[in-house]
Unconditional design. Structure first.
Length: 324
């Protein structure tokens, strides 16, 4: 028999979902069968699996250790790489933190979430930090694993939002899905840009090439991107844009700007290599960063708050960043 006591990190989960996380290789049919046969009970009572868990609830699995272990993959944070190896101090990246959510600044050349088992992404770095701080224990990771809720391309820097608890993760997932959270980006493009307002187009993705194409083809997915020109540097002939995402498709900003005739400086994939800027201003990646988020007012978590980071790269000194 195995006993699980629910804490505030798992509070709000449905019983069946928590069981599926704990026995993460078991088929759903097995979980439902064990619930029907009272081999899985909640607070010593028969349960359907739809019960919403509260802190202090006790789940009992009347299963043999052999059965339990056969349905559990290796739990925990298996990166086996620490922050020092990446030469990044996670604490210095934190913009905001409370008991439910954490907001931090992703550097360029870091994955938001791992693409391969051996990758060490910002998600693994987050979990290592929470383990070191004692906010979560290794044995709790099989029940709830803190996770990044939005993604940025490897070479895009800026704000990542992550849930530290199930409550925080559900909240962030909801406001991202229903778009009640406002997300703003900065981009530097070549030329005197005149884009203004919301632009609509359609996007399709070639998954093999990991490349998207923007067009007027209404058979593809609709995208909406808001543009505002903040400043123009006549000497270098470059513009600073503030961009608001109304839809969140892969590579949306980069491909949309290319389609509109203003590829982002440093974005090799979407048409703007710009070696001049690499040599003169040490541009090492595309000049795109997620610099501000604004949470909806009247919400239970971080009600109406705004979080922002300012760019530090040399090229941004060519602009009047007080307009941010």
């Amino acid at each position: 028999m195995r006993e699980i006591e629910v804490n505030d990190k798992q509070e709000g989960y449905k019983l069946k979902k928590l069981c599926m996380r704990y026995l993460d290789t078991a088929p759903q049919s097995f979980i439902y069968k064990m619930l029907r046969k009272k081999n899985i009970v909640l607070n010593d009572k028969k349960a359907t699996g739809d019960e919403v868990l509260k802190s202090g609830d006790v789940i009992k699995l009347y299963l043999s250790e052999e059965t339990i272990n056969s349905f559990k993959s290796e739990s925990g944070n298996n990166s086996q790489i620490n922050n020092q190896k990446n030469n990044i101090s996670f604490k210095k990246l934190i913009i905001y933190e409370d008991k439910d959510i954490i907001i931090f600044n992703k550097p360029v050349n870091m994955l938001s979430q791992k693409a391969k088992p051996e990758d060490y992404s910002m998600n693994e770095m987050l979990i290592d930090y929470l383990l070191e701080e004692g906010d979560i224990q290794e044995n709790e990771l099989s029940l709830f694993k803190p996770s990044v809720c939005n993604r940025l391309d490897r070479n895009t820097s800026g704000l990542l939002l992550a849930g530290k608890t199930s409550h925080g993760s559900r909240y962030l997932s909801r406001v991202l899905k229903d778009r009640t959270i406002q997300k703003y980006y900065l981009a530097v493009v070549k030329g005197s840009c005149s884009l203004s307002g919301i632009k609509k187009a359609f996007i399709s993705k070639d998954r093999k090439q990991n490349l998207v194409t923007v067009s007027e083809n209404e058979g593809d997915m609709l995208i909406e991107t808001g543009f505002e020109v903040l400043d123009y540097n006549k000497k270098e002939d470059i513009s600073l844009l503030r961009i608001e995402l109304f839809t969140g498709k892969s590579h949306q900003i980069r491909a949309h700007l290319k389609y509109l005739g203003y590829p982002i400086i440093g974005d090799i994939k979407y048409g703007s290599d710009n070696r001049y800027f690499r040599d003169r201003y040490k541009v090492k990646s595309q000049l795109l960063m997620a610099y501000k988020v604004v949470f909806p007012a009247g919400e239970e978590v971080v009600s109406g708050k705004e979080f922002m980071i300012k760019p530090k790269d040399d090229i941004y000194k060519l602009f009047d960043t007080t307009k941010l």
